[in-house]
Design a protein around this ligand. Structure first.
Ligand code: UGA
Length: 438
């Protein structure tokens, strides 16, 4: 099939080569010329395991092209909208500027028999509004909503072999059936491998996506709230999570307590969901998500306070080593990163912050040039008064107390992700603290 992917951020830049890898002919469109140049040369514009390999093989196959020129989509029949919906400035709502602009730019090139497929995370009601617009401006073209559930760090695997597919289609049976049929062909490989498929209406498809992220955020804030209780009772949050996680109704995943969730999705999605519920006169229904957000942000604050306490009451001129800047391992994404937020807060309190990360330094430096960045764990911890493990990259999980001890000024460490073994570090003479564990 001939497909276009409009918007080449973390979502589109993965979706386009993965679709080409599945045998489709794909054109990727973005307004950013620098990004197009990078992608056209077969390079990934951000760190994502497996993406460089798939980009190279897809561009070499001749089935994948990138351009800033929207007219290139005229030759294709299925058009994925993969642009971002960030948090609007000064508001909790989603900023729909890029989705609206993408649709407006696409409409002049639509022809009867084309299918526009929304993948962006949008406020419920968006698909119905866009479908009406497309039908009025381009008769014979249809819209479907096909939310994306990929995780950064596993994006290629999640796109090629998703754990489920959701197609939100038009209410009219002929148009709806045709749209679902077209998407079945796009995803024929995954469907042949028995990937569960839910074919539903627009609103359900939009809500599935945002509810999934709200649920994941709730799970994380739930365990972090309980960890605030374990902290004052001497209980152990990791053992507690293991024990409740054995109940298959609960499950162990997304029950890792620590400094909480960040990234370009969970934080802004729960806020946008609340904002949309309020517009719909159902604000009360999602009020709990405000608490989820508050609990999450409180964890960062708590870590800053623990750091100051461990430093004897003030951060001023103390040397703080920050291990990890990305919002999670296997990503260079620093959007709403708890680690970077903590680094910036401590710098603001007068600490001498030295930060490192295997892949996110460049992005962090662009956003916060006031911080000092170094390219290795050893350099970061040199003469440190305290070491903060904030993003659980494997190299930080694997570090050993006896390797760090000769480098630091004071053997103080806080494990913000609960991945180190407290006994091992304390045996090495370290003042070891973590969140929610004794
Ligand atoms: C999230 C969802 O997991 C994806 O399914 C979804 O497609 C994506 O958002 C999106 O909407 O595009 P992602 O933002 O890549 O994916 O990150 P997650 O793996 O969900 O992690 C989010 C944050 O939660 C990270 O900061 C991570 O460190 C934190 N986290 C995760 C915890 O603090 N504890 C946990 O147990 C798990």
């Amino acid at each position: 099939m001939k497909l276009s992917v409009i918007g080449l951020g973390y979502l589109g830049a993965v979706h386009a080569p993965c679709m080409a890898e599945l045998g489709h002919e794909v054109v990727g469109v973005d307004i950013d010329q620098a990004k197009i140049d990078t992608l056209s040369s077969g390079q990934a514009p951000f760190y994502e395991p497996g993406l460089p390999e798939i980009l190279k093989s897809a561009t070499a196959s001749g089935r994948l092209e990138f351009t800033t020129n929207m007219s290139a989509v005229a030759d294709t029949t299925v058009h994925f909208i993969a642009v971002g919906t960030p948090q609007k400035q000064g508001s909790h709502s989603a900023d729909m500027t890029y989705v609206n602009a993408a649709i407006d730019a696409l409409i002049p090139f639509l022809k009867p028999g084309d299918l526009v497929v929304g993948k962006s995370t949008v406020p419920v009601g968006t698909a119905a509004r866009l479908a009406a617009k497309i039908r009025a401006a381009a008769p014979g073209a249809e819209l479907a909503w096909n939310p994306e559930f990929l995780r950064e760090g596993f994006a290629v695997q999640d796109t090629i072999s998703p754990d489920r597919l959701v197609f939100g289609v038009a209410p009219e049976p002929t148009a709806g059936d045709w749209s679902a049929q077209t998407l079945r062909k796009v995803y024929a490989k995954a469907l042949s491998e028995h990937t569960p498929l839910v074919v539903t209406d627009y609103a359900t498809a939009e809500l599935v996506k945002i509810s999934a992220n709200a649920f994941l955020a709730t799970k994380i804030s739930f365990i972090n709230a309980i960890s605030e209780i374990t902290e004052v009772t001497g209980a152990n949050i990791t053992e507690l999570a293991d024990a409740i996680g054995y109940d298959t109704r609960i499950g162990r995943r997304f029950l890792n307590a620590g400094i909480g969730f960040g990234g370009g999705c969970l934080p802004k999605d729960i806020r946008a969901f609340v904002a949309r519920a309020e517009e719909l006169g159902r604000g009360e229904s999602l009020n709990f998500l405000k608490e989820i957000d508050t609990i999450n942000l409180r964890r960062r604050q708590h870590l800053v306070e623990m750091t100051i306490e461990a430093l004897g009451g003030r951060a001023f001129q103390k040397r703080v080593a920050i291990l990890g800047l990305a919002f999670k391992p296997e990503s260079d994404d620093i959007r709403d990163s708890p680690a970077l937020d903590i680094a910036v807060q401590l710098h603001g309190l007068g600490a001498t912050v030295t930060a490192t990360d295997p892949h996110a330094i460049h992005n962090a430096q662009q956003k916060h040039p006031q911080l000092s960045f170094v390219d290795s764990l050893a350099k970061a911890v040199e003469h440190a008064d305290i070491v903060l493990l904030l993003t659980e990259w494997n190299q930080y999980r694997d570090m050993r107390p006896e390797e760090l001890a000769p480098l630091v000024a004071n053997k103080n460490i806080i494990d913000g992700r609960n991945v180190l073994d407290p006994t091992q570090w304390r045996r090495g003479g370290w003042n070891f603290q973590s969140l929610g564990r004794p």
